[in-house]
Write a protein that binds this ligand. Sequence first.
Ligand code: M6R
Length: 618
Amino acid sequence: MCGIVGYVGPKSTLDVLLGGLRRLEYRGYDSAGVSIIAPGGQLETRKKAGKLDNLIAEITNHPLPIANIGIGHTRWATHGAPTDGNAHPHLGGPTSKLSLIHNGIIENFGELKAELAAIGTKFASETDSEVAAHLIAREFETTGDLPIAFANVVKRLHGAFTILVIHEDQPDVVLAARRNAPLVIGLGDGENFLGSDVAAFVEHTKRAIAVGQDEIVILRAGSVEIRTFDGTPVTPVEFTVDWDASAASKGGWSSFMAKEIADQPQAVADTLMGRLGSDGSVRLSEIDGLSAQDIKDIDRIIMVACGTASYACDVAKYAIEKYSRIPVQVELSHEFRYRDPIVTKNTLIVAVSQSGETMDTLMATRYAKEQGAKVLAICNTQGATLARESDAVIYTHAGPEVAVASTKALTAQITAGFLLALFLGAGREKVSTTELRRLGHELLKMPAHVTEVIENLDLARKLGKEMANAKSVLFLGRNVGFPIAMEGALKLKELAYIHAEGFAAGELKHGPIALIEEGQPVIVIVPSQRDEDSLHPKVISNIQEIRARGAKVIAIAEEGDNQVADYAEHVIFVPQSESMFAPILTVIPLQIFALELSTAKGLDVDQPRNLAKSVTVE
Ligand code: M6R
């Protein structure tokens, strides 16, 4: 879950590395460091615990020379506490001429460390990564060929890793290896880049290559060579990044999260763009990897994801089952993978991930593929591992999401889930063309509705600020409101570090109602009063039950709901919409609520403690 950047070329290497690290800091922010090789051939390293600004202060106090080659790292600690000593890069060899950065976990580092210790190697850190640095330096002393030495060592490593290496004696080359962790090459003119994702270099080039599993990159200013770990040449496939650096900058907003909440009308509109015809047809050309027969043969869908993405799946389940009548089961990827699940060739796995690099989800999909299932990804990141390893991909077009808390990626994922539901409904002939046309028309109204919600968030902001001292907040919902209740609770936990739980409102009297005491804040997602099937009266009854026991109720309800105000302290209204599609709207006040509450507590909303954006370890 660390961020990695490498550069070789004529620009100021330090500027390229620090710019890349700034955009990758969302991947981890426990410590940061850089190594460069000065034109005279001297390797120089600076590293510091804490956020990137600490490293920049360190470099200001101890400046680095101009250089044309270097590597940089921002860390999310796994082995060893976030200290200066455990920060990357790590140096290898008795004369410390090799510098290495690593993202991932080297699972067999214990035995490799023992092997090195037995021959007298001294370690400067507690990390698994330093072991690789020493092994490669020693192997280079033996072979005299850095790429060969590098390949010999990475073949011995188990687990997940992206590793970048530079060496004083080979001052024109950056070596990189990838297994189970992301790595992308940026192609420049007389310069080349490496990054954990394209954000590392998008300011300099939009031409990119996604590095495959068990591949090594030999990167020079004028050339890029890719080989497998066994030395077989790889023919790269280039792609063009479809967003620019401004999309990954705050652009005047107080935080990335605030900006990304405001990006949601565009994220939803871009995800819908070109996919709904006025005749009610749903065009998902990306699914061409699945034939009409494949779709007819599906007897069950299993959606796998983690965290917020799993709540997008929970919402999609209601829509897919309703419109296509295919049974859907939603599984947390890590639970699915390790419980011997029943998967057949007629099971469609739908894997949902913003980053496309979440290791738990990758492992779940690999397992399902081994069982013969087809995998459809819903992914926000071009060139991501999940997209490349799936049979088909529906891209969400939310643009880069930098804040650790997922916002626009979620609304885009839910939108993609609705598109899939309509697509399958049409393919299985379970929805009439007239109904499809009506639903498509309603879905196309959602970006405008989202804009309206965003323009009317004053009450959610005020309530969030006022509740900065709350010790616990509960969230209730039914049907598609239930996953949104859980998402509201997750947002509060990760951003404001307070106890929060989301419950199915119907489940209250089976236990959770015991939590209600005088003054307990409860946020309730109220379904549409206009929809006979929407359980509105039942949710109103649930509100009465908790109010009778002292709860302070904040309702999120549809405009025109003339009953809810009588039962809640506050009501935040959202525009009327097709009730299936309402989660795209009702989640937004909850995002703002968490943002304001966290800000009022003086916390860092973009980089909450202990977390990282992409969870690339299991
Ligand atoms: O990149 P992914 O969508 O696979 O990430 C999944 C979760 O780690 C992610 O949604 C996480 O729960 C968010 N921090 C929640 O805001």
